[in-house]
Design a protein around this ligand. Sequence first.
Ligand code: 1HE
Length: 268
Amino acid sequence: MTLQIDLARFTNLAIEAHDDGVWVVTLNRPKKRNALDIDTIEELVDFFSAAPRAGVRAVVLAGAGDHFCAGLDLIEHHDADRGPADFMHVCLRWHEAFNKMEYGGVPVIAALQGAVVGGGLELASSAHIRVMDQTAYFALPEGQRGLFTGGGATIRVTDLVGKSRMIDMMLTGRVYQGQEAVDLGLAQYIVEGSSLDRAMELARQAAQNLPLSNFAICSAVSHMQNMSAMDAAYAEAVVAGVVNTQPDARARLAAFADKSAARVRPNS
Ligand code: 1HE
């Protein structure tokens, strides 16, 4: 049974479903530079919990306005004057949302522009593919604000750029942008025009894969990073046993055998 997602529930996220199974999820508080408040995180948890069972074939995650996301809502955090346990629980909800994205099995492609900073970078690094435009820039200003990362940067940003660069970003507020950001792994694509257009193309491409293949690509790879090499190899064999024998794959294999399927060629 396919789960229905009630779009009327969402106010901080603008959500559009397209016929090809690509859903566009837009952080929609541009006046606040899409800062992540409690309600936005809860909406991300709701959407990404439901997406794998709602027929969503790929998600483009975008931010409205000139900036993708300014990170933690610093005004809400200031006004709430939270204690340690309260903020620990805030962070655990961020992890819930971002883990659902990374491990949910639905491809998530982030379309980035302007500031991708603090928690905004933690959010972007939970996507499977990041596309940046020429205005996008990445930073971890937590150190300067008297804060520390709480939404997974110690794991995901370190994974992208390495421990020393991550520590440098936090200690000095270093900003990465342009081709250098791609070379470091903060984004996989940089475009002259709109990152949203390119992200949509990539999402449509990914949405043509069989859902079970995408499920494995977008959850098994992440899970295997957390395992020993021996266990990961075992898990890979089990996942491949299920995915590579799926009945829906037979038509694709038959098309290769009868030479009607596209061949893999170098870029022209
Ligand atoms: C905000 C936020 C925010 C903007 N929380 N309200 N993140 C940061 O340290 C980044 C903080 N933000 C900025 O550095 C800048 O706002 C931007 C580079 C993102 C955009 O600059 P600009 O000139 O376009 O906008 P602005 O004038 O600074 O802000 C416009 C409005 O957005 C203003 O509100 P207004 O009601 O006065 O109009 C700002 O207050 C509001 N705004 N950013 C709340 N972050 C789980 S731990 C994660 C820890 C972190 O993420 S720390 C990093 C926090």
